[in-house]
Design a protein around this ligand. Structure first.
Ligand SMILES: [Zn+2]
Length: 256
C-alpha cells in the first residue's frame, strides 16, 4: 500500500481538494490514542485498528455487510474523537490508510470484488452543514479522500470514485452529546441525494458523472466514522438505492 499524494497526483479528475486541508496544521506531537509524546499516532494504537475488519451487527437491519476496524473504545475511539472534535485533522491520513488496508483485506477475502474487476465507489456519509461549520471541515469526506488516494495508489489498482452524493437536509441539532437513539432520530428522514451534477472525483477509467456511475456495475461502499445503531447508515443506503445505486457494504472506522 503506498501513501496517497493528494492533489499532486495527476491521476485525479474532478473537483475538491484535500491537500490544502493539511497545509496549515500545527499538530501537537502527542499520540491521539495514548498521549505518548513525539508521535501523532503510535504503532501500538495503530494496531488497534484491525486490518481484518470486524463484521458488525447493527440494530437497524441493513441487509448488507457492515464492517468496522475496531469497537468504539480505547485508542480507536479517542482517535476518532480527537480527529473530528479536537482539531487533530492530521489523523485523516492514518485513519484513511487503515480503511484502505481493510478494503485490501476485504478484496483478498472475496468479500468485495478485486480492484481491477470493477470500479470502487466511495460514498462519504454526510454531515449536516451545522456540524461541518462547527468542525470547520467535513471529517468523513477527508478520510474518504485519503482512502481513495491510497486505493488509487495500490497495486493492482483499479478505478476509484469518490461520490459525495448524499447530504443532510435542513436544520438538524448537532449530534454531539446526543445518545445513539437521539442521534438516529436526529437525522431521521433528513438524508437525501444531492442535486444532479454533483461533482465526483474519479481516476481515469472510472465514471465521472452520476448517470455514468449508475450505469456501471461497481463496488459501492458507504463510509462513515462511527456506526452506532446503523439507523443513519440504513437511511443513507435506502436513499442511494432509491436513486439506483446498489450499495455493497458499509465501512466505518469504529462500531459503537
Ligand atoms: Zn498511542
Amino acid at each position: 500500500m503506498t501513501t496517497g499524494d493528494g492533489d499532486a497526483s495527476p491521476r485525479w479528475r474532478g473537483g475538491g481538494s484535500w491537500a490544502a486541508a493539511f497545509a496549515d496544521l500545527v499538530v501537537p506531537l502527542e499520540c491521539a490514542g495514548c498521549g505518548r509524546p513525539r508521535q501523532r499516532w503510535c504503532p501500538d494504537c495503530a494496531s488497534t485498528l484491525s486490518a481484518v475488519p470486524l463484521t458488525v451487527r447493527t440494530r437497524a437491519d441493513l441487509r448488507i455487510p457492515v464492517w468496522a476496524l475496531s469497537r468504539h473504545t480505547g485508542p480507536a475511539a479517542l482517535a476518532v474523537s480527537a480527529y473530528k472534535d479536537r482539531g487533530r485533522t492530521d489523523l485523516a491520513r492514518p485513519l484513511g490508510a487503515a480503511l484502505a488496508a481493510a478494503v485490501d483485506r476485504l478484496r483478498a477475502d472475496g468479500e468485495i470484488a478485486e480492484a481491477d474487476e470493477r470500479p470502487t465507489v466511495l460514498v462519504p456519509a454526510p454531515a449536516s452543514a451545522r456540524a461541518r461549520r462547527r468542525r470547520g471541515f467535513d471529517h468523513v469526506r477527508q478520510v474518504v479522500d485519503v482512502l481513495a488516494a491510497e486505493l488509487a495508489g495500490a497495486v493492482p489498482t483499479g478505478p476509484v470514485v469518490v461520490a459525495p452524493v448524499l447530504e443532510v437536509r435542513g436544520r438538524v441539532r448537532d449530534a454531539a452529546g446526543l445518545g445513539a437513539q437521539a442521534r438516529a432520530d436526529n437525522l431521521s428522514g433528513r438524508i437525501r441525494r444531492r442535486p444532479a451534477g454533483t461533482p465526483l472525483r474519479a481516476t481515469p477509467g472510472a465514471p465521472v458523472t452520476v448517470p455514468a456511475l449508475l450505469a456501471t456495475p461497481s463496488t459501492v461502499l458507504l463510509v462513515d466514522d462511527v456506526v452506532t445503531t446503523g439507523a443513519t447508515a440504513a437511511q443513507c443506503v435506502a436513499v442511494l438505492e432509491a436513486g439506483g445505486l446498489r450499495v455493497t457494504g458499509v465501512l466505518a472506522v469504529t462500531a459503537a
